[in-house]
Ligand binder design. Structure first.
Ligand SMILES: Nc1ncnc2c1ncn2[C@@H]1O[C@H](COP(=O)(O)OP(=O)(O)OP(=O)(O)O)[C@@H](O)[C@H]1O
Length: 608
């Protein structure tokens, strides 16, 4: 991996070498400043204070200039390489096209293209130059001490530098890398989860599933925090060990110097300058320990990038995921099927969902009923719905534009089936969202059995009202995961029953793992009509007292639509239903028709 990263920097070898040289100059100046200052104190009677001050000032200026140059060049190289890396990453995405997009969630890919690329910056800007410079300056300082003072002092300094720069950074390296890899993977999952949440916020609200969704995020956050804690403990331990080693080196040089001075083998000046050099070498070696602590994260990020860059088209294996290559391929794909590592961690499972409960075993099951009948999906008795003077305008609508709905008065008796018709843009869907309490009227009231929708608690709304959308959002996860978003305690029999009613059971039976088949993000591996029916199945699972179906058959062929409507007729008996539709066939289901136009109810008729 290090060689792969270094290969990207090869075209920038000269600026990188210059940056390294400038860092050597900067560190050498730092050591020289302290050595000159200590030397001046020791020989205060013999030196020119003004001359020493000028020398120190020159060294300080040189140190500053070298630091600027080193940082400028190092970061220029780093950000140029990162830009190339990002382009290479996007090229790979284009090449892999649908294959990889099916297997990786867009939020995770976004995290790779942004956070992971940024993490790799450490390698180019804060690793190569500091590592080489620390080695050069350590060897150089030890050589100076050996020649100018005593070889023993040079050996002590070199030994201390080797322990600090080579041994300490390696302490717990493998464990740190594993923790960093797990954390980076979890961060990718968090990014994907947040992206999903934003994309599907409306569906989560309609499903009253924000709580479940938040629980998943909490679980992921807890995992990422645990990883960060592990890394922080190791970083702190290494930092403490490094401080101890550096302090021990300074003490050893001071004691050895004292012995050599007493023995008359070195001067007082050489003794104290040696101590100063050992002290001044600290920052160079601390920088090595610091980037070593970040190195696990850098490597984990690089692995995640190269897993995409190197993936053959159609590959589903994510080599960057923790446990990849050890038969844990399923864990690599977010939304992995039950049985994978993630399912074991409960992250893909809907919190509270019973895994594949026995038929009819759910709390919603009616005792004594035939399990296969899935009676727990049967809707509740309908509610009476009333709209009085309802006006609605979307927030931010320009002044002067008439509201979408402008004074709706409507009564839907319990168990009635109403079709809402009207030209496109006449506000039919908006009316549906208002009835489902996903939108709130700007003016007027909507009541359910006489209670204002605004006064009905979320839990109760979740139980009593459902909306099947014309453009449903499907989350990464299995078919069952998506269905159980609507009712976490639904048994498998309940799920199959809902799928039978919406004429989707045969399709799901044909999927590789049936209910356990992972769905791509936004349901890319389902047709528009299948997605609509999945949304309708979700709504049925809620056993609502009020069901709003918004163009749920618009993408179905006539045969499938007829089959679905036949089954719905008996399934929805007693439930108050609202059908927003343009389709003639749906009118056979309803006992009244409402036509919206210009934000108002134009006619209210029984179908012919
Ligand atoms: N989220 C929104 N923000 C702002 N305006 C919106 C939003 N959603 C819909 N509108 C506008 O509200 C009006 C009514 O839209 P709505 O979707 O309710 O109509 P519709 O009758 O269901 O249309 P269609 O038959 O095409 O589905 C349209 O002019 C639409 O542009």
């Amino acid at each position: 991996m290090i060689a792969r990263l270094a290969a990207f920097a090869r075209p920038f070898a000269i600026p990188l070498a210059l940056s390294t040289a400038l860092r050597v100059v900067q560190l050498a100046c730092g050591i020289a400043i302290l050595a000159v200052a200590v030397g001046a104190v020791v020989r205060i009677d013999e030196i020119s204070i003004a001359g020493t001050a000028v020398l120190i000032a020159v060294l300080a200026l040189a140190k500053g200039a070298a630091h600027y140059g080193e940082q400028y060049l190092g970061h220029w190289v780093a950000f140029t390489v990162l830009a190339r890396l990002r382009v290479t990453f996007f090229d790979a995405l284009t090449r892999l096209s649908r294959g990889v997009l099916h297997q990786h969630r867009s939020g995770d890919l976004t995290a790779r293209a942004t956070a992971d690329v940024n993490s790799v910056e450490v390698f180019y800007a804060h690793t190569i130059a500091p590592a080489i410079a620390a080695a050069v300056v350590s060897i150089g300082s030890a050589a100076c001490l050996a020649v100018a003072a005593d070889p023993a002092l040079g050996v002590i300094l070199l030994a201390g530098a080797a322990v600090s720069g080579l041994v300490v950074p390696l302490l717990g390296r493998r464990a740190s890398e594993r923790a960093a890899r797990r954390r980076q993977h979890t961060r990718g999952q968090i990014a994907a989860h947040v992206t999903d949440s934003i994309g599907g916020l409306r569906e989560l609200t309609l499903l009253r599933a924000l709580g479940q969704w938040q629980d998943r995020l909490d679980a992921l956050d807890a995992r990422a925090t645990a990883g960060t804690r592990t890394l922080a403990v190791r970083t702190a331990s290494r930092s403490a060990a490094n401080t101890a080693v550096l302090a021990a080196t300074v003490c050893a040089i001071a004691l050895a110097g004292a012995y050599l001075w007493q023995d008359g083998r070195i001067t007082m000046l050489a003794w104290w300058v040696s101590v100063a050099v050992a002290l001044a070498l600290g920052p160079a070696l601390t920088a090595v320990e610091a980037f070593a602590s970040e190195f696990g994260t850098t490597l984990a990020a690089a692995r995640r990038l190269f897993a995409i860059i190197d993936a053959p088209a159609g590959s589903g294996q994510d080599e960057s995921a923790p446990g990849a290559g050890a038969g844990a391929g399923a864990a690599a794909v977010p939304g992995a099927r039950p049985g994978g590592a993630e399912a074991a961690a409960g992250l893909n499972a809907v919190p509270g969902a019973r895994p594949a409960a026995g038929p009819g075993a759910g709390p919603g099951a009616v005792p004594g009923a035939r399990p296969a009948a899935g009676t727990s999906t049967r809707p509740r008795t309908g509610v009476a719905v009333s709209m009085r003077g309802v006006r609605f305008a979307y927030p931010g609508a320009p002044a002067g534009v008439p509201p979408v709905l402008d004074g709706i008065d409507l009564d839907l008796p319990p168990g009635s089936a109403t079709a809402v018709l009207g030209p496109t843009g006449s506000g039919k869907s908006s009316l549906g969202y208002l009835l489902a309490a996903a939108l709130t009227p700007t003016e007027g009231t909507i009541t359910l059995d006489g209670t204002d929708l605004r006064d009905i608690p979320d839990d109760e709304l979740r139980r009593r009202v459902a909306l099947a959308d014309q453009r449903p959002f499907v989350f990464s996860g299995t078919v069952a995961d998506n269905l159980r978003l609507a009712r976490p305690d639904a048994s498998e029999a309940d799920l199959w029953h809902a799928l039978e009613v919406v004429a989707l059971a045969d399709t799901v039976r044909g999927l590789p793992e049936q209910l356990g088949t992972p769905l791509s993000e936004r349901g890319r591996n389902l047709s528009g009509g299948e997605l609509q029916r999945l949304s309708l199945a979700q709504a049925l699972l809620r056993r609502p007292a009020l069901l709003i179906c918004d163009e749920v058959t618009s993408q179905l062929d006539a045969g499938t639509e007829a089959r679905l409507l036949r089954r719905l007729r008996s399934e929805l008996a007693g439930c108050t239903t609202v059908w927003i539709t343009h389709r003639r066939a749906t009118l056979d289901l309803v006992d009244r028709v409402v036509v919206l136009d210009g934000g108002r109810v134009r006619t209210e008729d029984l179908p012919e």
